[in-house]
Every structure is written in structure tokens, then in C-alpha cells.
Design a protein around this ligand. Sequence first.
Ligand code: NAP
Length: 225
Amino acid sequence: MTTIGFIGSGRIGGALAQLAVAAGHDVVLSNSRGPDSLREAAARLGSRARAATTTEAAGAGDVVVVTIPIRAYRQVPVEALHGRVVIDTLNYDPARQGVVPEIEAGGIPPYLLLQAHLRDAYVVKAFSTVFFRHLPQLARPSGAPGRSAVPIAGDSATAKAAVAVLIDSLGFDAYDVGPLAESRRFAPGTPAQLAHLDPDGMFAAPGRPASAADLAALLEKADLS
Ligand SMILES: NC(=O)c1ccc[n+]([C@@H]2O[C@H](COP(=O)([O-])OP(=O)(O)OC[C@H]3O[C@@H](n4cnc5c(N)ncnc54)[C@H](OP(=O)(O)O)[C@@H]3O)[C@@H](O)[C@H]2O)c1
């Protein structure tokens, strides 16, 4: 089993940690306020979970999930993540999460920001397309009817393979879209980013399963102009 470090243990981090513990993985939770603020959340998850600092979570994880508001990306520890596999769930939503000046200046697109900051980590974009409440609703065992695929993208084939194995254990098929830059095909505003949202109920409705074939069709529709 894998140890998963979490930098950010809010809605997405908490939902993924729950799936991870259920799958038999160990999780190390961290946030901006320090381990004391996470002891109760870790206790609720059981003996496979513990609270730590961000640097400890980064160092402990075979895979480390960075799932914080993107405006805080500079606080993600660089040295502790050197050579590690990192899942990047970050989306850029300036209205709700605050402006990132270097993105606004056009110097770098949001989906490349964390990899540029972490330099020597192997960043894989994943779980940026699933609303947190839908994660437990959509997770299914391997081969079960109605199992969903989630898009992933990254520049390291080895890291993507490790992340795909982890995603499989959490209840989803990983659909490899290509290098990290190709994650623009499932960035906010694209059809693939909305793959699991019921158009009638949106966030209030249960998550809608989307297979790899469904996802492929939606990824094709991305307007990249
Ligand atoms: N919500 C969704 O359904 C969803 C879906 C797909 C992608 N995403 C993306 O995933 C990311 C997380 O979203 P979320 O909804 O889970 O956010 P959230 O509920 O607001 O949780 C954010 C977490 O990040 C922590 N954090 C903030 N600044 C930090 C820092 N400098 N160092 C370490 N931890 C820090 C927060 O800890 P403190 O409370 O201690 O500050 C909190 O645990 C965002 O980039 C979002 O765009 C969200």
C-alpha cells in the first residue's frame, strides 16, 4: 500500500483522503494552520491517518497531493518534493480564490504553475475535474458498471503510471491525455471539466458517471483557440 501526503486537507483533500484510507492506504494530512488543527480530522479517518506539517507530508508521501487554493502555490515546499510524484488538483478561479499576478500577466498558464514552482518534482494533473462531493459518489471498484474515468496529464510516464495505479485503487480509471501542457484540454471552462456534472442539476445533483469513451469525446471538443 501507498503513503499519500496531502498538502491541503480541505474539501478535495479530505474527500481523497477518505477514499485513500478506505482503499487501505496511509495518509498524512497537512494544511496552512498546522497539525493541531487537523488532529480531529485525522482521528475521524482512523489509524491510517495522521496530521503533520506540510514539509513532513511532502517527505512522507510516495505520492503527494497538492490541493490548496492556487494563490498559495509559492508556499508548497520545493526541496521536500524534489524527485517526488505530485498530484496537482489546482484550478484557477480568481473570482473565488484570488488573483495570481503571474498568471494574469500571461507569463504562465495556471496548469503549468505548480510544476514550474516545484521544478524537480514529477507533477501529474489529476482530480481537477471532479467536484469534491462527487468523488465518493462516483468511486467504483475496478471493472464495476458505471465506473468513471478521470483525465490525467504529466511529463513523466513513470509518474503517470504510479498515479494511474493509485487512481485505480481509489475507484476511477485514469485517462492519459498526454504531457502536462495538454491538461489545457480539461481546464476550467472546457467540456471535459464538466464531464461529471448533470447539466440540469449541476453541483446540486449527484455526480454523473463518465467513461473513458465519454471523456475522449469531451476532450476532443475543447476549444483551444
Ligand atoms: N472543491 C472542489 O470540488 C474542487 C474540484 C476540483 C479541483 N479543485 C481545486 O483543488 C484545490 C483545493 O480545493 P478545495 O475546494 O479542496 O479547497 P478548500 O476546501 O478551501 O481547502 C484548501 C486546503 O488547502 C489548505 N491550504 C491553504 N493554503 C495552504 C498553504 N499555504 N499550505 C498548506 N495548505 C494550505 C487549507 O488549509 P487551511 O484551512 O489551514 O488554510 C485547506 O486545507 C483548489 O485549487 C481548487 O481549485 C477543487
